[in-house]
Structures are given as C-alpha cells and as structure tokens.
Design a protein around this ligand. Structure first.
Ligand code: CA
Length: 226
C-alpha cells in the first residue's frame, strides 16, 4: 500500500511517515499544496493524507482540484481547525474523512485502515437516475440504450447533478463545485455547458431530466411530472 502524506510541518510529517512505515506502508511526503497535487496526479497512491493549511495551495483546493480531474483516491484531511463549517467544507471538497490535530496515532491509523479497506468505492456502483446511468469506473454515460459521449467537464457536471437529484442548484453552487471558481455573473460558461449537456442527455428521450428553474438555477428531475 502506497500512501502520500502532504504536510508542511516537518515534525508532523516525520511522525506520520515513521508510524506508517512501521506498519509496512510505503510513504511519500510532499511539503506544499502544489507538490502534493503534482505527486497525487502522477502516481497511483492507495491513499492521500492531506493537511488543510499548506503553503502554495491549501488542502481544500488541492482536494477539489484532484476530484475535478477525476481522481478517486481516498483522501484523509488533517487540520487544526475544528469548526463544523471547516469539516463540511473539507468533506464537500471531496475528502473522504477528516481528522483534527492533535490526534492519537492509533486513531489516525484506524482511519487510514478503514479508508484503505473501503478503497475508491464511490466508483464501484454506477449512479442511476430514471433511465440515465453514469459509470465512474469506465467513465461512460448511457440514457436507455444510447451511449452518451461527454467531455470531462460535462461528466463532472452530470455527476454533480445526479448526486443531488431533485435539488435546485444555483449557478454559484455549480460554479464552486464543478469549476472550482466563484460564480461570475458576466460569464455564461455554466449555461452554455448545461445547454450542451442537456442536448446530449435529453435528446430523443421521452422526457427531460435536466430542468431550468427560472431565477434559481437548474435541477435534475427523476420523473416527468416535476
Ligand atoms: Ca499545515
């Protein structure tokens, strides 16, 4: 098992590395956000331990950016901050678990083991809404019997819609989660991408899954009557 530890405090990084190596894990350490992101993209790690406060790019940004590029590696976020908002932000950026510093190494290890056992499980089960099916492990989408060809961004957007089916999603929420940017009302990039996606997903289908909610945003509906 190969683990990447992204942590800028040398003492903490050394402590984690030593403890994990004693458990026979292979460990790489990166000390900045950009270095960690780069290594995580280049190597097939089994787990990434990601500190929140990092030089260059913080843990939330690194996590979001890895997920946007399709990485499904389990991520354990570490932080000294422990407010509920921070935890939610960490998990919403795509982290799988969250541990507040200082922590007991035994608890850290238990969480590492749990995540390694779970593996990239979110991939194993395809997402389905009505006759639409999205398979993350093969990066394919189908509506009924028809295969839908999607760009990476459209794939991420459709996944985001499907995971939040039946919820109205504002352009600001979509911008933040799918593009990792703040919503710019001058830009029509979201509307254009949704329009393309809808063309592909709903073309020829018996009813439209992706609806525009006037003045509010978009929603993926499961049934015709909503
Ligand atoms: Ca730090």
């Amino acid at each position: 098992m190969w683990i990447l530890v992204v942590e800028d405090e040398r003492k903490v990084a050394a402590f984690i590395r030593k403890g994990l190596e004693e458990e026979s894990y292979t460990v790489d350490v990166a000390c900045t956000g950009p270095d960690g992101e780069c290594l995580a993209q280049a190597n097939p790690y089994d787990l990434v331990v990601l500190d929140l406060m990092l030089p260059g790019k913080d843990g939330i940004e690194v996590c979001r950016s890895l997920r946007e590029r399709g990485s499904t590696v389990p991520i354990l976020m570490l932080t000294a901050r422990d407010t509920v908002e921070d935890k939610i932000e960490g998990l919403e950026s795509g982290a799988d678990d969250y541990l507040v510093k200082p922590f007991a190494f035994e608890e850290f290890l238990a969480r590492v083991r749990a995540l390694l056992r779970r593996g990239p499980a979110r991939d194993a089960v395809p997402l389905t809404v009505a006759d639409l099916r999205l398979d993350r492990s093969t990066r394919t989408a189908r509506r009924g019997d028809l295969e839908i060809s999607l760009t990476n961004r459209e794939f991420a957007l459709l996944e985001f819609f499907m995971r939040r089916k039946g919820q109205v999603l504002s352009r600001a929420v979509i911008a933040e989660h799918v593009w990792g940017i703040n919503f710019d009302s001058e830009s029509n990039v979201i509307d254009v991408t949704v329009c393309h996606l809808r063309g592909k997903v709903d073309r020829g289908a018996s009813f439209s899954l992706i609806r525009t909610i006037r003045g509010a945003g978009y929603m993926l509906c499961e049934r015709e009557d909503r």
